[in-house]
Design a protein around this ligand. Sequence first.
Ligand SMILES: [Zn+2]
Ligand SMILES: [Zn+2]
Length: 219
Amino acid sequence: MREQKHFVSLTDDEILLLDGRCDERIQKKIDIVKMQQRYNIAAPDEYKPIIARILEKAERTGILSYSRGRHVRRCDACDKAAGYATYTRTTKYHRKGDPNFNRPLAFYAHSIAGFEICNDCFSRLEQHLLRNLDGIQAEVSHHLTGHSSALLCFTNVICNECQWAGHEGELKSLPVAFGGDAKCPRCGSTNQQIIGGKVARVYGQFTLIPNPKYQEPTS
Ligand SMILES: [Zn+2]
Ligand SMILES: [Zn+2]
């Protein structure tokens, strides 16, 4: 027998009562509500979920990246899909106006921390996103903010020769004649595999340091 479904709208406090006691689909929404509360996001309700997801991803990876001009099939903020081109004529196989699944469409998007945001959403979201970036623990792209980031993100590295552990910003550079790569500040081993490099990146681990060139934006 099919289980009866209920369609209700819940406040943040109400939906949080289901935390850990519901199916995956609802838990995903709950996780986003928890993110919103953790970051104490100040924005209209409709923008809170995507801003929370952007901040969470940025802090988890150390970087809030931004680029524009990508063409994507779906917007992560409004869930709008680009869909498919339609047939312009009726033939033996197709009716005019039916979607042509061989011709997927794409729209222009802004990519923020890996989320694809359509132009409409971005123009409404941008100011709210920028207002919620104070104190964010990540290197924030100057293409998004228009000024240098207060923090810089470096991937952690380890020297397998002398066991020195640090981050890429602490490595000494090799002369350009050797390809301009880097070496361990303690024992001088290089990170160039080609000449037996011992310094390796620790993927997924990073260190944030204050940007020495950071200037408080003048607003
Ligand atoms: Zn959108
Ligand atoms: Zn070393």
